[in-house]
Design a binder for this molecule. Structure first.
Ligand code: ADP
Ligand code: MG
Length: 937
């Protein structure tokens, strides 16, 4: 049924057989899950094994091979044909296995990226995966959530929802649970006009609400549309794109060489069919057609490793981009600090109380049993403190909940800043729940990162209401204002409150804020901030009559409420820096990555924390306001020198990213709020907070920090560098080997030699070296000093940094070694001459795989055991190669002759030439960069 909007909420609840207070029971949920299935849109099923296999078999190069095999059959060369088929099969098995693994890894990541929802079930508030929602579930909606199913609203407060994913309209629509049925036209209203509904895939941009799930999965409105849209194939990453282009160019060069070899062979009088097969095998071996697939696999497995370090990759290319990050712009609260706030200072206009001082520590209740609460002596002596805390606690969405196993101890849930206020008030005898019973909230303006404050409106109790002892104090404060109907409390940054306050609360009386008070309050604020504290100001405003008109637009209502306030005081809280963050900042330094702090907090607070972390080489700091006044040009000039941005708005974040990018930086940027989405999208790596982040931020991000920890970002960049290194090593290794093979076959005729390798031998080497050995290179652990060098320029060619050079000179050297041995044995008419070439080549490639594991460290330093898969592959390859030489039936197939011990030793000795040359090159590199504190890339 899709006409839920026509029913009133009681009817909806009844039809869905659920209860708005208690929610569904676990048993009902289980039943409904069986009936309706999981709340997910069916996707195009993933490729199954057969489809992957078919894709492998129809790859161009494989088709070429199969055609070659068929031609061999036509020529009655059954043995060759059979062998080619076998090699095709092996290749396909390897390929299928890899691709399947990569697919699984990506699917697992996707599953994790599903958002969570807060539901009332079994009379408890629980957080579950959106997949598990069933019709009848009662869900809580908060700013920044994505609607995860179709909902009928039950309660709403200033709710606004942006429905562009369904309607294309990017302006948010006002939603209201109370929208009357009669107010809706008789004909089916369009989606955008169903104001009492919220649809899957839309975004709650403002306000809060409670709703009941009406439809899930494919039955949702999005489901109706989305079944038409099949899941899009992931786009190729920039690297894959470049590799594709590279592949085309390589193919052209190779084809040219292969034709040359073909022609030369015929001129020399080789058989046509042999030359044809040789040409085909060479083309197959030398064209790196498997590269893009290897990249996907390496990236997917890398993403899996990052997940183990709490970085969830949402977009695969991010893995690769992470390696070239030059600036990390990070939030302060929760990322660089622990977000474990403790309120330690209460400051009134003219005096302050240090709660950590010995005399006051005693005033704090250690027990927190609401039934026995008495106001602490501190509050009795200074009732205005009670008033300050009342404001802090009422204008607040955090709650205290009992510890599961210790019912008399409590912890705060919700925003830690707010939790700290609720906790401190409770310890002084003011219990939030009780306060709210006396002064119930009737309206609110939620916290906004732009104006940095929030407001709640409360009605006053009838005078004679009996109330707990602790609250009498508070109520007696209220009564002072005489005949009033409502009180509004506002809390936020001190600066933003002073802008809208006209009076200050001094000894229980309002006084006009003059220049003297202004200065005094600001000084107090600065004093606290200088010690690294986060400072919240609290103010209030009594109303004799207030008409909270729901029709007023939100910005108007904000303006009406937030003016002529009476400033009460401020609360200073400490938030310790994360000790891992300190190390991570240091690591960034060494890695040529600049850490930049971006915070909504006070500049002095930011500066104090930045100093503690060691972020600031100089103290230059820019506030959001200063930034807004700069031209784009001027900002670009300053952006290189500034490491702290304070009091920023989400728009400022976007400007900072753009300015940095204009200067050629690769920027990682963190964010958590709805308004951060544009900056996250603009950044090269948008990073959302996993714990405190909104769904919207996560949706926009490339990566989600599951532990909100700055150190995790740095760990991910390290992983990104390593993955990119490994892809380069893979490319260098395969292309160098291929070059060697091409050289020897191309040059041989010039020395009068027949073909030094037969087609099957070429295919065999290709299978072993590019299949087994090269793959094990992609799991190579990171280079020793990977975080001691500059980030890679993002547009760096794949052939840069020695890869191209290596392919040319090492390839040529390998070709010459092979040519020398071929000539020596052939000219002395030894039957084993081809086997010698074949074996030397196989052994050389084993040695190359080992030594190419590092770009600069010697193999003797990193040791054979540090990449066991490769060592295993080397041993396996060796065993297989020996079988081909010494097992009679394989000898016939591969046309080999058994080698004498001396000959085998000679092969070994010759294979160390290339190995030694690469080690020598690395030694020269090491010598050149010795002593640099940061190595060039
Ligand atoms: P951060 O970059 O540290 O996360 P925020 O944007 O969360 O900074 O906060 C910026 C400022 O807004 C804080 O310094 C504080 O004064 C104020 N503020 C933060 N949280 C709240 C809140 N829940 N209610 C009212 N004001 C808040
Ligand atoms: Mg914050």
């Amino acid at each position: 049924m899709s006409t839920w909007y026509k029913l009133d909420s009681a009817e909806v609840l009844q039809q869905l057989d659920t209860n708005a207070d208690r929610g569904l029971s676990e048993a009902e949920v289980t039943d409904r899950l069986k009936k309706y299935g999981f709340n997910e849109l069916t996707e195009e099923p993933r490729e199954n094994l057969w489809q992957i296999l078919w894709k492998q078999l129809t790859a161009t190069m494989v088709v070429v091979l199969i055609v070659a095999a068929l031609i061999s059959i036509a020529l009655r060369d059954y043995i060759n044909a059979g062998a080619i088929f076998a090699i095709v099969a092996f290749n396909a098995i390897l390929g299928v296995r890899q691709e399947y693994q990569a697919g699984q890894a990506i699917a697992a990541l996707k599953k994790l990226a599903v958002s969570t929802v807060k539901v009332h079930r079994d009379d408890r508030l629980q957080e579950i995966s959106a997949r598990e929602l069933v019709p009848g579930d009662i869900v809580l909606l908060e700013t920044g959530n994505l609607a995860s199913a179709d909902y009928r609203l039950l309660e709403s407060s200033n709710l606004q929802i942006q429905e562009s994913s369904l309607t294309g309209e990017s302006e948010p629509t006002d939603k209201n649970a109370q929208t009357l049925i009669s107010a809706l036209p008789k004909t089916e209203p369009p989606l955008a006009d169903r104001h009492n509904m919220a649809y899957m895939g839309t975004v709650i941009t403002y306000g809060r609400g409670l709703a009941v799930v009406t439809e899930t999965g494919n039955d949702t409105e999005l489901g109706h549309v989305a079944t038409a849209i099949q899941t899009v194939q992931p786009k190729p990453t920039p690297l894959q794109h470049r590799l594709d282009q590279l592949g085309v160019r390589m193919a052209i060069v190779t084809m040219f060489l292969v034709f040359a070899i073909f022609g030369l062979g015929l001129l020399r009088g080789e058989e046509l069919s042999l030359m044809f097969l040789t040409a085909v095998s060479l083309a197959v071996a030398a064209i790196p057609e498997g590269l893009p697939a290897v990249v996907t696999i390496t990236l997917a497995l890398g993403a899996q490793r990052m997940l183990r370090q709490h970085a969830l990759i949402r977009k695969l290319p991010a893995v690769e981009t992470l390696g070239s990050v030059t600036v990390i712009c990070s939030d302060k609260t929760g990322t660089l600090t622990e977000n474990r706030m403790t309120a330690t200072f209460l400051a009134m206009a003219d005096h302050r109380v240090d709660l950590t001082s010995p005399e006051h520590r005693a005033a704090l209740n250690t027990y927190t049993d609401p039934s026995r609460l008495l106001p602490s002596p501190l509050l009795q002596e200074q009732p205005e403190l009670a008033w300050l805390l009342t404001g802090g606690v009422l204008c607040n969405d955090a709650l205290l909940e009992p510890e599961p196993d210790r019912p008399h101890e409590f912890h705060a849930v919700g925003d830690p800043t707010e939790g700290a206020l609720v906790m401190t008030a409770a310890r002084l005898g003011l219990w939030k729940e009780k306060l709210e019973q006396v002064l119930p909230r009737v309206a609110e303006e939620p916290f906004d990162a732009g104006c940095k404050r929030m407001t709640t409106v409360h009605t006053l109790p009838p005078i004679a209401t009996p109330m707990p002892k602790a609250l009498e104090l508070v109520v007696s404060e209220c009564v002072r204002f005489g005949d009033i109907s409502h009180i509004a409390f506002t809390k936020g940054s001190v600066g933003s409150l002073l802008e809208i306050s006209t009076q200050v609360w001094v000894n229980g009386k309002p006084e006009a804020i003059d220049a003297h008070w202004q200065q005094k309050i600001r000084e107090e604020n600065d004093q606290l901030a200088k010690n690294g504290m986060r400072v919240l100001g609290i103010a209030f405003r009594p109303f004799t009559s207030l008409n909270i008109d729901a029709d007023e637009t939100i910005s108007d209502r904000r303006e009406t409420l937030e003016q002529n306030l009476i400033f009460i005081g401020m609360v200073g809280m400490i938030d310790p820096v994360r000790h891992e963050a300190k190390e991570a900042v240091q690591m960034c330094r060494e890695a040529g990555i600049r850490p930049v702090m971006i915070t909504g907090d006070h500049p002095l607070t930011a500066q104090a924390i930045a100093r503690e972390l060691g972020i600031v080489p100089n103290d230059s700091i820019l506030t959001g306001q200063e930034l807004s006044n700069l031209s784009k040009q001027a900002l670009q000039e300053q952006v290189e020198d500034i490491s702290i941005y304070a009091r920023v708005s989400p728009q400022n974040k976007l400007d900072i990213v753009q300015a940095l990018q204009k200067r050629g930086h690769i920027v990682a940027m963190t964010g958590d709020g709805v308004n951060d989405a544009p900056a996250l999208k603009q950044a090269d790596i948008g990073i959302a907070m996993g714990i405190t982040g909104t769904d919207v931020a996560k949706e926009a991000a490339d990566m989600v920090l599951l532990d909100d920890n700055f150190a995790t970002i740095v760990a991910a960049t390290r992983e990104g560098r390593m993955i990119y290194d490994n892809i380069r090593k893979f490319i260098k290794y395969t292309l160098t080997g291929n070059a060697g093979e091409l050289w020897v076959i191309l040059l041989a005729p010039f020395f009068g030699l027949p073909l030094p390798l037969i087609p099957l031998q070429i295919l065999w080497i290709n299978l072993l070296a590019d299949g087994l050995l090269a793959l094990a290179l992609s799991v190579e652990p990171s280079e020793r000093k990977i975080m001691r060098r500059l980030p890679r320029p993002p547009d760096e060619s794949i052939f840069g940094r020695g890869v191209g050079r290596g392919i040319i000179w090492i390839g040529l050297l390998l070709g010459l070694v092979l040519l020398a041995i071929a000539y020596r044995y052939w000219s002395s008419e030894q039957a084993s001459w081809q086997t010698m070439v074949f074996t030397t080549l196989a052994l050389s490639r084993m040695g190359m795989a080992e030594t190419m594991r590092s770009d600069r460290d010697s193999l003797f330093r990193i040791g054979l055991l540090s990449n066991k898969p490769l060592l295993g592959a080397v041993l396996l390859t060796f065993g297989l190669q020996m079988s081909v030489i010494y097992i009679p039936i394989l000898q016939t197939l591969f046309q080999t002759t058994p080698l004498s011990a001396i000959d085998l030793f000679i092969c070994f000795a010759l294979s160390t030439v290339v190995f030694g040359a690469i080690e020598l090159e690395k030694w020269l590199i090491r010598r050149k960069i010795k002593g640099d504190s940061i190595e060039p890339i």
